[in-house]
Design a binder for this molecule. Structure first.
Ligand code: KIV
Length: 257
């Protein structure tokens, strides 16, 4: 097994796993210093391409951004989201995951659970492609956003799903917007690390969309903490530049030849 993957698994019950998303080299280079996992998420559909969901992002889009991200990564584990439709059956999943790994040099792929695609995970794992699972709110398969695992019956179903994903050979699972009691139970019961987004501090690690936590995306649900307001910082700089160009204060002798 890939050493970076082993390292992630070994962090279960031994400190928290830090994960964030990146779509480009410049951001990946900064994340790489601090994160255990950098995810090239299909959330780029909403964040970068202004789409209302993640369904239309293509393998070509993901490959282009992943190639850029790879240039910024030295030590962290690089995981790439497989877009909707690219892992519909075993043959397609294997072909596309192999292509992703070969062209982008990523370490692993992430696939969202539709509650029955566990055989896809085992097929990829058998082919030496490490897989991260994803349960709870899965934007590729859920039409409406809702918190899952608020009742006993839902909690049982989610736990069963997580165990199936573990059995299929995934090395970790994203728990997206799962009630805290259910996330706690799942994290206690499975041997592989759980990575939470909107799913409480009981998870083994946390992930956020970087553009959200930097205040750049304009999308701030309850589970997003804004660690910066880069929109303001950028606007201030652009405003100053605009003013200086108009007043002929930029460029000065220092900036030309
Ligand atoms: O696409 C993405 O960024 C994700 C994370 C939110 C987990 O799947």
């Amino acid at each position: 097994m890939n050493k970076k993957i082993q390292k992630i698994i070994s962090k279960k019950n031994r400190g928290k796993i830090v994960c964030l998303t990146a779509y480009s080299k410049s951001i990946a280079k900064i994340l790489d210093k601090y994160c255990d996992i950098v995810l090239v998420g299909d959330s780029m559909a909403n964040v970068l391409y202004g789409l209302t969901n993640t369904h239309k992002i293509s393998l070509t889009n993901i490959i282009q951004h992943s190639k850029s991200v790879k240039l910024g990564i030295k030590k962290s584990l690089m995981v790439v989201d497989m877009p909707k439709g690219t892992y519909r059956n075993k043959k397609k999943a294997k072909k596309n995951a192999r292509l992703l790994k070969k062209i982008t040099g990523c370490d692993a792929v992430k696939i969202e659970s539709n509650k029955k695609n566990f055989h896809i995970i085992s097929e990829l794992v058998k082919s030496n492609i490490p897989v991260m699972g994803h349960i709870g709110y899965t934007p590729q398969f859920n039409k409406k956003f809702r918190i899952e695992g608020s009742s006993n019956s839902e909690t049982k179903k989610l736990l069963k799903e997580a165990i199936e994903i573990q059995k299929a050979g995934a090395f970790s699972i994203v728990l997206e917007c799962i009630a805290s009691s259910a996330s706690k139970l799942i994290t206690e019961k499975v041997k592989i690390p759980t990575i939470g987004i909107g799913s409480s501090s009981y998870c083994d690690g946390q992930i956020l969309v970087t553009d959200d936590m930097l205040g750049l995306s304009g999308f701030y649900p309850k589970f997003v903490k804004k660690y910066a307001q880069l929109n303001r910082v950028i606007e201030k700089a652009i405003k100053k530049y605009t003013k200086e160009v108009k007043l002929n204060k930029f460029p000065t002798n220092k900036n030309f030849f």
